[in-house]
Design a protein around this ligand. Structure first.
Ligand SMILES: [Zn+2]
Length: 117
């Protein structure tokens, strides 16, 4: 019998269980899933497995918790376009001014050292 891919693992487990299969036999189809977990999926309609290895074994997508943008409520692939701009590199002029300032201090320092001698 070909395995239907349109069924969710719960539907599949339910169908197998209701057809009279033992948990051990159902487990053959879901290798890597503990029989207790299969049983729980069958009995508890609200139970959703969380462990990645279980999800993988059930053929379910692995979901992870990620923080969404507080501004847009979505996950940005890159930086949020609405966020504060990054502090920019000082302009060439600003850097030159700083250099001049530093130079002045160096000159002062040297003349101070000369005075000491
Ligand atoms: Zn955003």
């Amino acid at each position: 019998m070909p395995k239907s891919i349109s069924h969710t693992p719960r539907e599949r487990i339910t169908a197998l269980r209701d057809s009279g299969l033992k948990w051990r036999e159902i487990g053959e189809e879901f290798k890597g899933v503990p029989l207790g977990t299969l049983c729980r999926i069958y009995k508890d309609q609200n139970y959703e497995p969380r462990k990645p290895e279980i999800l993988r074994a059930l053929g379910l997508p692995i979901t992870v918790m990620v923080a969404v943008c507080s501004l847009h409520g979505i996950i940005h692939e890159k930086r949020c376009p609405g966020a504060e701009p990054k502090p920019r590199k000082p302009t060439k002029n600003a850097r030159r001014k700083k250099l001049i300032h530093d130079e002045r201090w160096r000159v002062c320092y040297h003349s101070f050292m000369r005075m000491k001698r």
